[in-house]
Design a protein around this ligand. Structure first.
Ligand code: ZN
Length: 291
């Protein structure tokens, strides 16, 4: 059995002092199968569990039903969905990042880990086959959205850089779990420091603009139909999100909007379409041509 290391008792080091050489420890999981798509994406997650060790254990467990794990990692309850029950599915990820920056590899990169689940992005519906998944240990929304320590983020940045180099991935294809499954998932959450990944050129950011300060509401009530809603839907579809193209601010559109906010407008994820969000979506769509 794999020997667990305790959480890092040492103070967190600053990003600048972090070594660029990653140390990756093997902790194999039996929860994988064969890919049937080339690797094109990296999907970032948070575990949503207070215990790093329990999260790692769950991701390596061939029979998670027998243990009463805290269930956030498996399904986060959303409106209209059954709450997560005791019958947990087998799950995994290629990598798990502890708060101290220690990285464990559970599944070989050329195998299909069970991390993304149902969803769509860039037209890809088998995201488990098309992506490498990284679970970042963080207790998440249910436990007050704790910060991600610098050491952990520095390690994940190095890890993603290496994955991109090994597989020739585009920075537009580094996404969050909620981006591909906006109705089901809310991780890695609005507290995840995407700006650091964007600034380092690891993922695709959106340049600042004057409209960043314009919070004029364009759509708030479900059922609102307008050209602005249509323009927002078109832009996010061009970016890769699976979003309706009906010009109506419906429930699916709102869930995608919130996922977009968690990624690109983290200061307000209230699910209202405002000028800032529309303009950000437009700018991002201009940067992102289908890759
Ligand atoms: Zn996830």
């Amino acid at each position: 059995m794999f020997p667990y290391r305790p959480s890092n008792p040492k103070p967190v080091r600053s990003l600048k002092k972090m070594p660029t050489k990653l140390i990756i420890e093997q902790a194999p999981s039996p929860n994988f199968n064969e890919r049937n798509r080339p690797i094109r994406y990296v999907v970032l997650h948070y575990t949503g569990m207070p215990s790093e060790e329990k999260a790692l254990e769950l991701l390596r467990d061939p029979d998670p039903k027998r243990i009463a794990y805290k269930a956030e990692l498996v399904e986060h309850p959303r409106e209209g969905m059954a709450p997560p029950g005791p019958n947990l599915n087998r799950v995994s990820a290629h990598y798990v990042a502890f708060k101290n920056g220690h990285i464990y590899q559970l599944v070989e990169e050329d195998k299909r880990a069970w991390q993304a689940g149902a969803g769509v992005y860039g037209g890809e519906t088998d995201m488990n086959s098309a992506s490498i998944g990284i679970e970042i240990c963080n207790a998440g929304h249910d436990f007050g959205l704790p910060d991600f320590p610098d050491a952990q983020i520095a390690a994940v940045m190095e890890l993603v850089k290496g994955i991109k180099e090994r597989h020739g991935l585009d920075k537009r294809h580094i996404i969050g779990h909620s981006d591909l499954a906006p109705r089901r998932k809310i991780d890695p959450g609005e507290n995840f420091p995407w700006h650091k990944f964007d600034a380092a050129g690891i993922s695709q950011g959106i340049p600042h603009a004057k409209s960043d300060n314009d919070k004029t509401i364009l759509a708030e009530e479900l059922g609102t139909q307008s050209d602005d809603v249509a323009a927002f839907q078109k832009s996010l579809s061009d970016v890769g999100y699976g979003i309706p193209q009906n010009g109506i601010f419906d429930e699916d559109t709102k869930f995608v909007l919130i996922a977009f906010q968690r990624r690109y407008r983290q200061s307000d994820v209230g699910g209202k379409l405002d000028v800032d969000c529309l303009e950000k979506a437009r700018r991002l769509a201009k940067i992102i041509k289908p890759a």
